[in-house]
Write a protein that binds this ligand. Structure first.
Ligand code: GAP
Length: 478
């Protein structure tokens, strides 16, 4: 799938009511999107599915809905105030701003080689861009002017940039609220939902009488002032995360990491139906680990613009709990009454973006059926915003009345849409693009023999089915 497909998917999203550009009447707000009628249904189905698999299927995992805004010390303790940064450079010529790693990833190999030579770095190393970034930030004075000297091109102008020294840019959105004036500290919009689960973990454990190992799951909004937000809904400044924090005995961290890695990859293949060849693990090198992690794996999907992270699985050790203990002065240890043992559990985290899963599912489902001159969204039945479209063949002879009667019945069980506008072929094609798996058509024979035509989205096959057998047919073929 090529970049061109992404443009087609973006256009389909707007046309069919999945995703709209935000604030369009005011010229839009960059990297901000609204989810339309079909989009909210799809997003909700993805999140419900994740929730069911992560909570209902595990008797020791429970849910939480913590606040977006928390005490500012939470971010001091978690390390987000000092460490949650991206390195930035500006081109003084045209005032364009870039994330250094992103800028370097767009350079030709010979530019990177020269840059390494000028910085006395061995080019033949894994994750070379991360190594360069770290060196640039740590030894800013030593490498003054090195980007320009090495011929680093500004992708916007196509010329060598007049680059400023790289500087760190904190990704958290700062705001003020009542308590911040009192304490003299700023309030932040959370950049991850995880911290809400850490600061509440003993309350959750006690109230639910949980024993290690146990997990806390949460779905909610997170905010990051991303320098470069792009690729449609892949990277935005406001997004939703689905995170699960699994609290284990420190001796069992590796076993738990292995378990969750397998579970999560299995989820994408067997629950969401993503093709194996479109998924892979990416292990983080020591240099690229987040400040809290001992080990981390990403699950990546092969998007039209290349491989991109959809989920992170992290061994966060006891870092967060110990830091909150230090900052708050409150004991954050778990007490195992059976073994009479007190300890800080290690945390194995699975963290995925709901919006990225949404985009992955659209990319995976988008299909151009050139033979039949149509676009089909081959969404799995349980994710399709509408499961059926109910249509009277024509708008007269009592067919709309009968069709509405059938629609009410079907819609009661499977969310459906009623459509009597245009030719039946056009109506089917409209719904193929929206991912609706079945079309149910009421014709003159229906009035005599109580049967309807059910048309399948993917194969376009049509079947004559008795009205009382509609649900059996859908259940057997969904
Ligand atoms: N609590 C750990 C954590 O937040 P992360 O790897 O920074 O880890 C986890 O983020 C997931 O959140 C990513 O795999 C991605 O799916 C999603 N995500 C992160 N930043 C995002 C952004 N700017 N826009 C959309 N999704 C994002």
């Amino acid at each position: 799938m090529s970049e061109k497909h992404l443009d087609k998917i973006i256009s389909l999203c707007k046309r069919k009511g999945f995703v709209f550009p935000n604030s369009e009447i005011y010229g839009g707000l960059k990297a901000s999107y609204d989810y339309g009628p079909l989009g909210v249904e799809l997003k909700k189905s993805i999140s419900d599915k994740w929730w069911k698999i992560m909570t209902n299927n595990h008797e020791n995992i429970v849910g939480l809905d913590s606040s977006i805004m928390v005490h500012p010390d939470v971010w001091e303790a978690s390390g987000h105030i000092s460490n949650f940064n991206d390195p930035l450079v500006d081109n003084k010529d045209n005032k364009k701003r870039y994330r250094v790693d992103d800028l370097l990833s767009q350079q030709k190999t010979k530019v990177l080689e020269l840059l390494c030579e000028n910085m006395s770095i061995n080019f033949e190393q894994d994750e070379i861009i991360e190594i360069i970034c770290r060196e640039l930030l740590e030894k800013e004075n030593k490498h003054d002017g090195v980007l320009e000297k090495s011929g680093v091109i500004d992708p916007f102008s196509g010329n060598v940039g007049k680059w400023t020294a790289p500087s760190q840019f904190n990704l958290m959105f700062k705001t003020n609220s009542g308590p911040s004036e009192k304490t003299g500290k700023s309030i932040f919009l959370r950049p991850e939902t995880a911290q809400g689960m850490y600061i509440n973990y003993l309350l959750v454990q006690n109230s639910m009488r949980l024993k290690v190992p146990f997990g806390i799951a949460q779905v909610g909004k997170a905010f990051r002032n991303e320098i470069i937000a792009r690729n449609f809904i892949f990277r935005t400044r406001e997004f939703e995360q689905m995170e699960m924090q699994y609290f284990v005995h420190p001796e069992n961290d590796q076993e738990s990491m292995d378990f969750w890695k397998e579970q999560r990859m299995d989820y994408y293949i067997n629950e969401l139906g993503i093709k194996k060849e479109n998924l892979k693990f990416h292990k983080h090198s020591e240099d690229s680990l987040a400040h809290y992690a001992k080990e981390a794996f990403d699950i990546e999907y092969n998007f039209p613009f290349g491989w991109g992270e959809i989920e992170g699985i992290h061994n966060r050790t006891d870092f967060d709990l110990k830091e909150h203990e230090k900052m708050s002065g409150k004991n954050m240890m778990y007490f195992d009454a059976l073994k009479n043992e007190k300890y800080h559990p290690f945390i194995i985290e699975t963290s995925t973006g709901l919006n990225r899963q949404f985009l992955m599912i659209l990319c995976e489902s988008y299909y151009e059926d050139n033979e039949n001159n149509r676009v089909v969204l081959k969404l799995p039945f349980d994710l399709s915003p509408n499961k059926t479209v109910v249509c009277p063949l024509i708008k007269k002879d009592g067919l709309p009345e009968k069709a509405k009667e059938i629609f009410m019945k079907v819609n009661n069980r499977y969310k459906s849409i009623y459509d009597e506008q245009g030719s039946i072929g056009k109506r089917y094609y409209r719904q193929d693009e929206a991912g609706t798996p079945f079309g149910i058509t009421i014709d003159h024979d229906t009035l005599n023999d109580n049967s309807v035509t059910i048309r399948e989205r993917d194969s376009m096959k049509q079947h004559r089915v008795g009205i009382e057998k509609i649900f059996d047919f859908i259940d057997d073929n969904k």
